[in-house]
Design a protein around this ligand. Structure first.
Ligand SMILES: NC(=O)c1ccc[n+]([C@@H]2O[C@H](COP(=O)([O-])OP(=O)(O)OC[C@H]3O[C@@H](n4cnc5c(N)ncnc54)[C@H](O)[C@@H]3O)[C@@H](O)[C@H]2O)c1
Length: 308
C-alpha cells in the first residue's frame, strides 16, 4: 500500500528476495502504480518468479501481509509528529477498505509517525495487537549497528543493538542490550581498546542515529533503501514464520509499566505477527527514557482524540 519512494523500494527489494509469490501495489496515484509495476515487471528475467501487478482493495482479501507505506512524508526540518493529522486520514481510508474485504492478513504499518499510526490502525481495525504492528525502530537499530560496526571495526553482523521507544526524537539506544562477541558493549570496550572516549562516542553515535533521517531527507528528499531492506527482513519473518527478534512498534498493555500506547520494544515476530514481547528488566536510565517516549506519544494520541 503506497507506491512512492518507500513502497516501490520495498517492492523492488522484495521481488529480488524470492520471498513473495505475488506483490500487489496499491496507491491513489494510478499512473505511478502503472509505471512502477511495468518497471518492476521488466526486471523479472533477473529475479525469482513472482507475480507483480497493480492492485485494488480486493487484494486485501487473501493477502498474507499488508504493508502500509501510503501517506505524506516529512519535509526538510519537519519532525515525524508533524505528519499526524494528514496521515490519520490516510490510515482511516485504508483501514476502511481492508475491513470491507474481511482480510485475514497481518498488517505492518510504516507510515509516519509510525507509532501513532500503528495505534490508530489497531483501534480502527479492532484486530488483536499481535496482528498489527509498526516497523518502529528496526531501521534505527540497523543504523546503530552500522555505526557501531564502523566505529568498533567489527563486521556489522556481529554487532547487536537496539534503539527503543518512539521512532522519532525521543528514541534511545538501549546500551544494556547492545553486545559484541556476547559481551555487553561496555564490557567489550576495554577488551577492544581502540577508542579513547567511549562515553562521549556513544552519545555521539546515539545522536547521529536519531538525526539520520533528517540528514538523508535534506540530501535526497526521502529515505528509501535501508527502509526497503528493513521491511523485507520483517516480511521474511512473517512469510517464513522465522520468530525473529525486532524492535517493532507494538501496543503495550502493562509491559515495561506502560499502557495503551504503541512504541518499540524487542518482540518476536512470526507468521501470526508479534508472538511475544520480550520484556526484560531495563536499567533505570533506559526505563526512564522509555517512559519519556511513551509520554510524548500519549500526548500525540490525546491531541488526536481532541481534534476528532
Ligand atoms: N517507519 C519508517 O521507518 C519510515 C521510513 C521512511 C519513510 N516512512 C514514512 O513512509 C511514508 C511514505 O514515504 P515515501 O517516501 O514513500 O512517500 P512518497 O510521497 O514517495 O509516497 C507516498 C505515497 O502514498 C500515496 N498516498 C498518499 N495518500 C494515499 C491514500 N489515501 N491512498 C493511497 N495512496 C496514498 C501517494 O500517492 C504516494 O505515492 C511517509 O509517511 C514516511 O514518513 C517511514
Amino acid at each position: 500500500m503506497g507506491a512512492g519512494a518507500v513502497g516501490s523500494t520495498f517492492a523492488y527489494t522484495l521481488a529480488q528476495s524470492g520471498l513473495a509469490d505475488e506483490i500487489a501495489l496499491i496507491d491513489k496515484n494510478e499512473n505511478l502504480v502503472q509505471g512502477q509495476v511495468l518497471d518492476l515487471a521488466h526486471g523479472q528475467p533477473f529475479f525469482p518468479t513472482v507475480t507483480i501487478h497493480a492492485g485494488d482493495p480486493s487484494d486485501y482479501a487473501d493477502a498474507q501481509l499488508i504493508v502500509l507505506t501510503a501517506g505524506a512524508t516529512q519535509q526538510s526540518g519537519e519532525t515525524r509528529l508533524h505528519l499526524l493529522e494528514k496521515n490519520v486520514a490516510v490510515v482511516r481510508a485504508v483501514v476502511s477498505d481492508i475491513l470491507k474485504q474481511n482480510s485475514k492478513a497481518v498488517m505492518l504499518v510504516v507510515t509516519n509517525p509510525v507509532d501513532v499510526m500503528t495505534y490508530v490502525a489497531q483501534k480502527l481495525t479492532g484486530w488483536n495487537r499481535e496482528r498489527i504492528f509498526g516497523s518502529g525502530t528496526v531501521l534505527d537499530s540497523a543504523r546503530l549497528r552500522h555505526m557501531l560496526s564502523v566505529y568498533c571495526g567489527v563486521d556489522v553482523h556481529n554487532v547487536h543493538g537496539y534503539i527503543l521507544g518512539e521512532h522519532g526524537d525521543t528514541e534511545f539506544a538501549a546500551w544494556s542490550m547492545s553486545n559484541i562477541a556476547g559481551m555487553q558493549i561496555n564490557s567489550y570496550c576495554p577488551v577492544c581498546g581502540r577508542c579513547i572516549d567511549w562515553a562521549g562516542e556513544r552519545t555521539r553515535i546515539e545522536q547521529k542515529v536519531r538525526e539520520s533521517a533528517y540528514h538523508i531527507i535534506d540530501y535526497k528528499g526521502a529515505t528509501s533503501f535501508a527502509i526497503g531492506l528493513t521491511l523485507v527482513r520483517i516480511t521474511a519473518a512473517v512469510l517464513r514464520g522465522q520468530r525473529s527478534i525486532f524492535s517493532v512498534s507494538t501496543s503495550l498493555d502493562g509491559e515495561f509499566g506502560i499502557h495503551d500506547v504503541c512504541l518499540s520494544v524487542p518482540c518476536i515476530v512470526s507468521e501470526e505477527g508479534i508472538v511475544r514481547i520480550v520484556e526484560s528488566d531495563l536499567p533505570e536510565n533506559e526505563q526512564t527514557q522509555l517512559f519519556a517516549s511513551a509520554i510524548v506519544l500519549k500526548e500525540a494520541i490525546n491531541q488526536l482524540d481532541k481534534d476528532n
